[in-house]
Design a protein around this ligand. Structure first.
Ligand SMILES: Nc1ncnc2c1ncn2[C@@H]1O[C@H](COP(=O)(O)OP(=O)(O)O)[C@@H](O)[C@H]1O
Ligand SMILES: [Mg+2]
Length: 284
């Protein structure tokens, strides 16, 4: 069931809001962009309206990974941001053959600073009011803008591989997100999980204190060919194990929020306090 249907059932007057899924990592080169573009195309096959926000504002390469000749980028809408409406924003997106829309990163790193958190706030509000899913490919680590996006996101995919340094930094990142109160949004993705390594995939739950990571297999040939020709492999190599793993991941990450929506409301602090007082009175 789509989020829209869920929302409509609960409250018909409620304004639709799509789901935001962000992809982050503590190290570069772990597969964020590979996951972002393939997840987006996998979700678009379910007739969902999907947009990718390339939030690696200095070195974003979503357009490259999808072979999009980016006519517009986020830089082009900054000047008129106070007046922009949904139609104007949509006309600034680049459309991929799969139906996925992309808001591309600026074409030069020096423009990254022009993208402020207030620009992002405006853009996300418009995008989430129209698309079913907004997939955000963030820059590495925890900076002002990535923290802003993490705060806004519904689901945060943290990508790691089996390398010692990546795992060490991923652990630190998750601990920091825990302190900030964002732990519940986190879903760990272990990419290249069956690659030859001293650390095994089965060691990861213990190292990261994460009970159920999602594992994506190692497949150099499929991923590198996909990047080189700019075709996400879930489209043209759907029978590979890695594509199947992405489809399964798409299923898992989108069902997270649907389950959350159906969770019975937790009692308020006051209700819990009243209950405790009543229990005590009962014992007396
Ligand atoms: N599961 C995988 N198996 C083999 N190679 C992979 C896998 N995932 C990503 N790669 C390769 O790793 C490199 C970095 O991936 P990319 O998505 O650009 O990382 P990031 O966006 O985190 O910097 C790319 O060359 C990609 O082909
Ligand atoms: Mg990238």
């Amino acid at each position: 069931m789509s989020n829209q249907t869920l929302n409509d059932n609960k409250n018909p007057s409620k304004i639709k809001r799509g789901e935001m899924i962000s992809i982050s990592s503590a190290k570069g080169g772990v597969g964020k962009t590979m996951l972002a573009v393939n997840l987006a195309v996998a979700l678009s096959k379910r007739n969902k309206k999907i947009c990718i926000l390339d939030a690696d504002f200095q070195f974003g390469d979503v357009s490259l990974a999808m072979d999009i000749q980016a006519t517009f980028s986020i830089k082009d809408i900054i000047e008129g941001i106070d007046r922009i409406d949904l139609d104007a924003l949509i006309s600034s997106l680049n459309l991929h053959d799969s139906g996925v829309h992309v808001l591309s990163a600026p074409d030069r790193p020096e423009y990254a600073d022009l993208v402020t958190t207030s620009v992002l706030e405006k853009i996300l509000d418009l995008l989430l009011g129209y698309f079913d899913y907004v997939i955000v490919d963030t820059e590495v680590g925890l900076q002002e803008k990535s923290l802003f996006l993490i705060d806004k996101t519904d689901t945060l995919l943290i990508v790691t591989n089996l390398e010692m340094t990546t795992l060490k930094n991923t652990k630190l990142m998750i601990e920091t997100l825990d302190v900030l109160g964002f732990r519940d949004k986190v879903q760990v993705i272990v990419n290249r999980s069956d690659m030859e390594s001293v650390i095994q995939a089965t060691d990861v739950p213990g190292i990261l204190n994460e009970t159920s990571p999602i594992y994506i297999p190692n497949d150099f040939q499929t991923t590198s060919q996909s990047i080189n020709i700019g075709v996400p492999f879930v489209s043209n190599r759907a029978r590979t194990d890695i594509a199947k793993a992405i489809y399964k991941m798409a299923e898992q990450v989108t069902s997270r929020r649907e389950i959350a929506v159906f969770e019975p409301p937790k009692p308020s602090l006051l209700q819990r306090l009243l209950r405790k007082t009543k229990d005590k009175e009962g014992q007396a």
